[in-house]
Design a protein around this ligand. Structure first.
Ligand code: SAM
Ligand code: SF4
Length: 330
């Protein structure tokens, strides 16, 4: 490794989330609008360019890569990219976030290609409600995907649930019990003000992690742990189960001081912070200097001083960042 990625606040970047597509087979109400226009192919990084980006980061000391989107499993030949990244020396943790619908088809191939961990989004266990929240999703297919992932040998699968007041906050305990029964971890996420959603008022549906935690603790005592997956989750354990409960609380427990992450959007924009627009166009570097890993690494190192100290999300329902989560790479 030649250089490390350290920002002006002394934070070392060890974790990159790479968005491999802005497209998705779902239209979750908090993530997208119903009518989305997706990017033309020429604006999206090719699989080769994505692999080069991953290699550059790992050579700069990044230890963890998560592929996300959009829905990574709708990107054609995603398995090829997974095997390229899975073979990078120095990468310690290689994960994907998925809506789970494609896992029945892809889980075995992903595991064989070197993917180590999966986060699967699941906001409801009620088929009707699941359909309303995702607009197009089929719960049964996602549950089958979770089983397929487990059968393929993925350990410590983590569920992600965005909790919205009045929509699915009454399902917190059902989701916890499902995770306990199935031997999964689960993180509860506060909704972030990314993109202008028409479905609901975010100010009305805001549900803090502390409220979710109180609901759970009424039945299961939660013991804080120092465990970390390098991500923003704060983890707790229950005395009688292997299941870990995580909270991702951008509003109520600001995690910026320990932020070790950057994101690369599907257009190759290196985003230094989820909640700010500071970015560098890596696609321009890739296309100006094809195959030149050093030029790319230089651009990444030079971007570090742009990483802002913190995000400024509020819960008043205002849109603070205009790009949707599927563009950002959640
Ligand atoms: N399609 C994949 C999935 O749903 O897991 C990966 C991409 S998705 C954008 C990543 C995560 O971001 C999901 O867990 C999703 O629930 C979450 N997410 C999307 N929009 C969000 C928002 N506005 N606030 C908080 N979480 C959001
Ligand atoms: Fe698709 Fe994931 Fe966004 Fe839902 S949260 S619309 S599954 S990208």
């Amino acid at each position: 490794m030649d250089r490390e990625l350290i920002d002006d606040f002394g934070r070392r970047v060890r974790y990159v989330r790479i968005s491999v597509t802005d497209r998705c087979d779902f239209r979750c109400v908090y993530c997208m609008s119903e009518d989305m226009t997706f990017l033309p192919r020429a604006q999206v990084l090719t699989l080769e360019e994505l692999a080069t980006v991953a290699r550059a980061f790992v050579e700069l000391g990044v230890e963890k890569i998560r592929l996300t989107g959009g829905e990574p499993l709708v990107r054609r030949n995603i398995g090829h990219l997974v095997s390229e990244i899975g073979a990078l020396p120095g990468l310690k943790d290689f994960a994907m976030t998925t809506n789970g619908a494609g896992l029945g088809k892809h889980a075995v191939a992903l595991r064989d290609a070197g993917l180590q961990r999966l986060n699967i989004s699941l906001d409801s266990l009620d088929p009707e409600r699941f359909r309303r929240l995702t607009r197009t999703g089929d719960l049964e297919r996602v549950l089958a995907g979770i089983r397929a992932a487990r059968d393929a040998g993925f350990g410590r699968i983590k569920l992600n649930a965005v909790i919205l007041k009045g929509r699915n906050d009454d399902e917190v305990m059902d989701l916890v019990d499902f995770a306990r029964d199935e031997g999964l971890d689960i993180s509860f996420i506060e909704e972030m003000p990314l993109g202008d959603v028409s479905d609901h008022s975010r100010a009305e549906t805001y549900c803090s992690s502390d409220e979710v935690q109180d609901l759970i603790e009424a039945r299961y005592p939660l013991l804080p742990t120092a465990e970390s997956t390098l991500g923003p989750s704060r983890y707790f354990r229950m005395p009688d189960s292997e299941t870990r409960i995580g909270f991702i609380s951008p509003h109520s427990h600001n995690f910026c001081a320990s932020c070790n992450r950057v994101r690369v959007t599907v257009e190759g924009r290196l985003l230094l912070c989820l909640g700010n627009e500071h970015s560098v166009d890596l696609r321009a570097v890739l296309r100006r200097h094809p195959g030149d890993l050093d030029a790319l690494k230089e651009a990444i190192v030079n971007a570090m001083p742009l990483k802002p100290e913190r995000h400024h999300f509020t819960t008043d329902g205002d849109v603070q960042v205009v790009r949707f989560m599927n563009m950002t790479g959640g």
